[in-house]
Design a protein around this ligand. Structure first.
Ligand code: NAD
Length: 401
């Protein structure tokens, strides 16, 4: 179907069966002894800013892809509206051993233009594309080991995730900072809390499509998460089901995005950990869902060019910039959150989830071929999704055939 739709060609399709070679894998990490495969799936029904998108997701969890696709279908024909801010990352340079940290900060700020110019020389590729170092500031933090100066440089990383790019710039600046301050530079690394690099997504789920009860249920569920951190952690995990799956499918760093989103939720709440997505009711009584996440992902750099399936995902997605990719991830995160809240606050998540999970259990019990679905269906009917019961069913079905 995706070949027919013109998203990929026959050659690309062969990559689906035989993607990462051991030779490439061996260059991606250390001590490689094999390749760990994961399901590569496509979420459907996503319309984003008026454009239809097929979305590759890599996940080991049943029901995530189905939930995203269903949530996307329920907000059609309008679909999602998304936007994003420039891909600005923060690099941090830690300076210790300063007698007068405030004075040191002022000295660094006095040389801001020269330092920015010096930093610009480090990554000419980035600068040619309109990116590169943009601003520099300094802050003092008070710690158990005394006051420290933290010099922060803002770097526009264009279509890269930017960690290596920013780290290199920080390392390049460090000797200059030491010369100016007379202090000792310790850490020189980006911050994953990318507060300037935000992706925003919004969708409206109509009352006549999803029903009043679902809307009330989701609003109650949202308030629960907004006022209880134990619920909020699980709520936000549901968002990451979608975000991380697209992140992985596109060869991006899932840990970087996860760290950023969770830290952002606390930073934005001034210490209170907030739900990633917000829900409200508009004048027509429809449900409005909105999400804003710091999504630092790339379409160049890292594993995006080394893993053949990452390349294929970008092709299927049809994205032309890192910002576009981040916006899609925000939409998928919102879709997964909506689907989870709708299921949880109405019929409960277990029915749908367990039906899909039953297939895993059937396989774990030894079912093969057609028997997987037969055993899974029976386990779900009996509401007894356990390996022991699956083994009994396999034995019974085996006797019959
Ligand atoms: P990279 O260094 O592989 O690629 C970025 C470089 O590509 C840029 O510096 C630029 O010179 C060049 N480039 C070419 N075309 C470009 C374009 N259109 N837009 C932007 N740059 C372009 O990768 P990166 O994105 O700097 O770093 C990502 C990698 O760093 C990931 O593998 C990540 O896992 C890893 N990493 C992450 C952390 C962290 O998150 N804390 C720390 C260290 C490393």
């Amino acid at each position: 179907m995706i070949i027919e739709a013109g998203l990929i060609d026959e050659g690309d399709a062969r990559v689906l069966d035989n993607s990462l070679s051991i030779e490439t894998a061996d260059k991606m990490a250390e001590n490689v002894v094999g390749i760990f495969q994961m399901p590569y799936a496509l979420a459907m029904n996503f319309k984003i800013n008026g454009k239809d998108r097929v979305i590759p997701m890599v996940t080991e969890e049943p029901s995530v892809v189905a939930a995203a696709s269903h949530a996307a279908k329920l907000c059609l024909p309008e679909g999602f509206a998304s936007s994003s801010t420039s891909p600005i990352m923060i690099g941090q340079i830690q300076v210790v051993g300063l007698k007068e940290p405030e004075k040191a900060r002022d000295m660094v700020l006095k040389e801001k233009n020269r330092l920015l110019e010096h930093a610009t020389g480090k990554d000419s590729a980035l600068v040619k594309l309109g990116g590169g170092p943009k601003d520099l500031s300094g802050k003092i933090i008070t710690t158990k080991r005394g006051k420290m100066l933290i010099v922060e440089i803002l770097v526009d990383v264009r279509d890269a995730m930017g960690a290596n790019a920013v780290n290199s710039i920080c390392e390049h600046l460090a000797p200059e900072i030491e010369k100016i301050t007379g202090g000792k530079v310790r850490l020189r690394i980006l911050s994953n809390l990318a507060v300037h690099r935000l992706a925003h997504a919004k969708a409206i789920w109509k009352r006549e499509i999803i029903g009043e009860e679902a809307i009330e249920g989701i609003l109650d569920a949202y308030e629960f998460a907004a006022n209880d951190e134990f619920r909020c952690a699980t709520n936000n995990k549901g968002v990451m089901n979608g975000v991380s799956a697209v992140c992985l499918a596109s060869g991006n760093d899932t840990r970087a995005v996860e760290a950023a989103c969770h830290a952002y939720a606390s930073w934005k709440g001034k210490g209170k950990y907030l739900p990633f997505a917000e829900y409200s009711k508009n004048k027509s009584g429809d449900l409005v869902g909105e999400i804003e996440l710091p999504i630092a992902v790339g379409i160049v750099g890292g594993a995006t060019k080394t893993h053949p399936l990452a390349q294929l995902s970008l092709k299927i997605l049809g994205v032309k910039s890192a910002q576009e990719l981040a916006e899609i991830m925000a939409c998928v995160g919102l879709a997964n959150n909506f689907a989870a809240l709708r299921a949880l606050s109405t019929e409960g998540i277990n029915r749908g989830h367990m039906e899909l999970h039953a297939r895993n259990v059937a396989i774990a019990a030894g079912a093969k071929g057609k028997m997987v679905d037969e055993v899974a269906a029976q386990l779900a009917r009996e509401k007894n999704v356990r390996v022991e019961r699956a083994k009994e069913l396999i034995y019974e079905l085996g006797k019959k055939s």
